[in-house]
Design a protein around this ligand. Sequence first.
Ligand code: C2O
Ligand code: CU
Length: 517
Amino acid sequence: VHRRTVLQAMAGTGILLTLSPGFLLTGCDGGVKATESGALGLDSEEYDVELNLRATSDSVPILPGAPSEVWRYRVELLKGPESTLSENPDSYLGPTIRLRRGQTVKIHIHNELPEDTTVHWHGLHVPSDVDGQPRLPIRPGETMTVGFEVLDRAGLFWYHSHAHGEQGGRVGFQSYAGLAGLLIVEDDEELGLKLPIGENELLLVLQDRTFTGTNELVYLDGGMGAMMDRMRGFLGDQILVNGAPPATRKVATRPYRVRVLNGSNARIYKLAWSDGRPVTIIGADGGLFENPEDKPYATLAPAQRLDIWVDLSDSRLGSTLELISGSYEAGMMGGMGMMGNSGLPAGSQFNLMALKVTESVDTAETLPVQLALERKRIPITDATRIRQFELSHVMMQGFAINGRRFDRTNVADDERVRLGDTEIWEFRNRTPMPHPMHVHGLQFNVIGRDANGNRRGWSGLTQGLVDSGWHDTVLVMPGETVQFAMKFERFDGLYIYHCHNMEHEDTGMMRYFQVQG
Ligand code: C2O
Ligand code: CU
């Protein structure tokens, strides 16, 4: 009944909330005719892709036994190629949305939840008003329509909640409850490389959860344990891959493309192959590297993505290769795994996926030596300034950026940048924990990191840090200073930057910055 009410309210009604150049953003609160326009120069009918997205509650089987109550995205294709959506039928995850660079997309977001929500297009270069930030909440029962053009090069992105209530952030809770999904951008350059597709492209969303004996999801449940969990970030005692316990997949003697998102609230993975072969990385958050890179293992922090190539051509029939998360010593706060709700310590070792070779095929597919060339690194010499941010801990409050904590849309003087500028941002981590720092609305190049200090027990992850290519989230280890370059192109307005440890973000390690036109 509730759902019908929302959809009916949407039909032909709406009130214009904001209109940023070229893009439309309408909200609906009944009775007022919607206005739609924009410098995209498109009528509603002219969008390439149109989707209905509902944030709703549901009950989904996750573990054997009773189904679990979740919040999830349901998406319906109103217009566009069939291939735009691939459902994850048995999973709480939203369907994988597959877009082409250059497409124009319009999405009607319906909030069927009992609290405010938003949908953030993590990593996409979109105008600030469609970016799904906390300042633009969708109230329960309301609908917001966003439109944008896909400007990014090919890559693996994702969509998730970005709500922030009066009492603090709700990103951790809402994502944990299930509000997340993958978003893939394709383009001609990448398609031209003919990388493995279809069943030879394995998409993995890594998350950790804790359940009660009757399969109810457990998040922070108050008390001292919850306080520790907030400080360290929530760690679950059950690893889920695509919303289910890790499983075995049947594969053939051929190469595979494994694309991984760390969709966990706080857990950092140390990805490795069980037979000790190096991890061949071909891309990260913002798409393919110029050349493949081998690492003994790959460190993957919350919100980061990795594109991995694995060749099973020489594998014996019947053999199994496991993708594992290796163990590491998780210094100070990370080691407090036993104190909160979580049974699985931060750096413990576990299996993520087993690839069992059951078929022998002949293929000439090999890893291209040259992957992507089109998007060149940002010339550092273009940078007009180095902007410094210190990550610290404020007693009795939580983590802070330059001593400040999230304060609605408040922007300090040193958080204003000029549209068109190239800048170097420098994060210094003065805390005993790693922080995956994320900047909204663009991709950057990591210039370097300097671990002058010691990494306080976290050094078991250092060799796996992936800094090549394009990123929207960079892991800043304890004691480290990390610099990256970015260019503020095309869109002005209010964006946010924050730690993507969702409990850190929710408790205030997040700020707005302003791109001034
Ligand atoms: Cu996935 Cu503000 O981010
Ligand atoms: Cu953090």
